[in-house]
Design a protein around this ligand. Structure first.
Ligand SMILES: Cc1cc2nc3c(=O)[nH]c(=O)nc-3n(C[C@H](O)[C@H](O)[C@H](O)COP(=O)(O)OP(=O)(O)OC[C@H]3O[C@@H](n4cnc5c(N)ncnc54)[C@H](O)[C@@H]3O)c2cc1C
Length: 289
C-alpha cells in the first residue's frame, strides 16, 4: 500500500512553517485534488507529494466579513454555500457560488481551492475579476496581495509560490445599480460552465458612472476589456446604442476565435448586448440573469 505524507496543522502559523519546510500541498475541500488523483472505486487516492489538510484552519481562514473601509474579506476556506448566503457579497459572486456543483459540493469545496486550481471553467474567478477582487497570499516570509486578474496567469496557472497559502480574497467597495450574471451549462446547477458572463452598470441621474463586463469559461483565462468598458463611462444611457459598434469592436478583440468556438462568441455577445440595450431603455435597477 502506498503511503501519503499528510500534515494537519493546528494554526495558520504552523501551516506556513510546514508549507515552507515540506512544500506540502494544501488540501481544502479536496474536490479538485482528490479527483485529479482518483485511482478507482474503493481505492483511496494517493498523492506523489505531501499534503496538508487545511480544513483545521477554519477559525483563521473561514470567515466572511466587511472591514471599516467596506472591503469584503472572504476567507480561503469559505464554501460556495457560505458565499451564496452572505448578504455582504455582491450578486454575481453569490449567484455563481449558488450554481456550483450539487449541494454536497457547495458545502465542502472552497473558494481558495477554486482560485488556486485556476481552471478556465472554475466559476468564482469570473465574477470576482469583474469586481477587481484581489487575493492575499501568506508565507513564513510575509504576505502579498495581488489582483486576481494578475494572479491567474493562464489555464491552471497562477503566481502561487510553493511556500504560500491563499488566506483570503478581498472585494473592494463597489457601487452598482444593475448587475447581470449568467452561466450556460448542461443544467441550471451541478453543471460545469460552458460559458459565463457577468456585467454591471452604475447609473446616476441617467449617466453611466461605471460599467464592467467579464467573460468566463471561454479561453485560458477570464477576459475583460477595460478599453471597451471605458467607452460607456460618462455616457447618458440613451446614448449607449450609438457607442455599441465601437464597443463591440473592442469587446470582440478579447473573444479569441482560437480559444472560443463561434457559437460561444455569438452567445456571449448576444447576452451582453441584450443587457446593455435593456439598460439603455431604462431597465429598473436590480440583479438580472
Ligand atoms: C462533482 C464535481 C462538480 C464540480 N462542479 C463545479 C462547478 O460547478 N463549478 C466550479 O467552479 N467547480 C466545480 N468543481 C471543481 C471544484 O469543486 C472547485 O474547483 C472547488 O472550488 C475546489 O475547491 P476545493 O477546496 O475542493 O479544492 P482542493 O481540491 O482541496 O484543492 C484544489 C487546488 O487548490 C489548492 N488549494 C486549495 N486551497 C488552497 C489555499 N488556501 N491556498 C493555496 N492552495 C490551495 C490545492 O493544493 C489544489 O492544488 C466540481 C468538482 C466536482 C468533483
Amino acid at each position: 500500500m502506498e503511503e501519503v505524507k499528510c500534515y494537519i496543522p493546528k494554526s495558520l502559523s504552523e501551516a506556513l512553517k510546514i508549507r515552507k519546510e515540506s512544500k506540502a500541498r494544501p488540501l481544502a475541500g479536496g474536490s479538485d485534488l482528490m479527483v485529479a488523483y482518483y485511482k478507482g472505486i474503493g481505492i483511496a487516492p494517493t498523492f506523489p507529494f505531501p499534503v496538508m489538510i487545511i480544513t483545521s484552519l477554519q477559525d483563521e481562514l473561514g470567515k466572511i466579513f466587511m472591514d471599516e473601509d467596506n472591503v469584503v474579506h472572504i476567507g480561503a476556506l469559505a464554501t460556495p454555500s457560505d458565499i451564496a448566503s452572505s448578504p455582504l457579497i455582491p450578486f454575481p459572486v453569490r449567484e455563481a457560488a449558488s450554481r456550483m456543483g450539487a449541494p454536497s459540493l457547495r458545502n465542502t469545496a472552497t473558494i481558495g481551492g477554486n482560485i488556486a486550481n485556476a481552471s478556465p471553467k472554475g466559476d468564482l474567478p469570473q465574477p470576482l475579476i469583474l469586481l477587481d477582487a484581489s487575493v492575499t497570499l501568506k508565507s513564513e516570509d510575509g504576505e502579498r496581495t495581488i489582483l486576481l486578474d494578475d494572479f491567474i496567469t493562464g489555464s491552471k496557472k497562477t503566481l502561487l509560490r510553493d511556500d504560500e497559502i491563499i488566506s483570503e480574497i478581498l472585494i473592494p467597495p463597489v457601487k452598482a445599480t444593475h448587475y447581470f450574471y449568467h452561466k450556460i451549462g448542461m443544467r441550471r446547477s451541478n453543471a460545469i460552465s460552458k460559458l459565463s458572463l457577468s456585467a454591471m452598470f452604475d447609473i446616476e441621474d441617467g449617466v453611466v458612472r461605471d460599467f464592467r463586463a467579464s467573460s468566463g469559461a471561454a479561453g485560458p483565462k477570464v477576459r475583460r476589456s477595460r478599453e471597451a468598458e471605458m467607452l460607456f463611462i460618462g455616457l447618458k444611457i440613451e446614448d449607449l446604442p450609438s457607442r455599441l459598434p465601437e464597443f463591440l469592436e473592442k469587446w470582440n478583440a478579447i473573444l479569441s476565435p482560437h480559444a472560443m468556438p463561434e457559437y460561444r462568441r455569438v452567445s456571449t455577445r448576444r447576452m451582453l448586448l441584450a443587457f446593455i440595450e435593456k439598460v439603455s431603455h431604462g431597465l429598473e435597477p436590480g440583479n438580472y440573469q
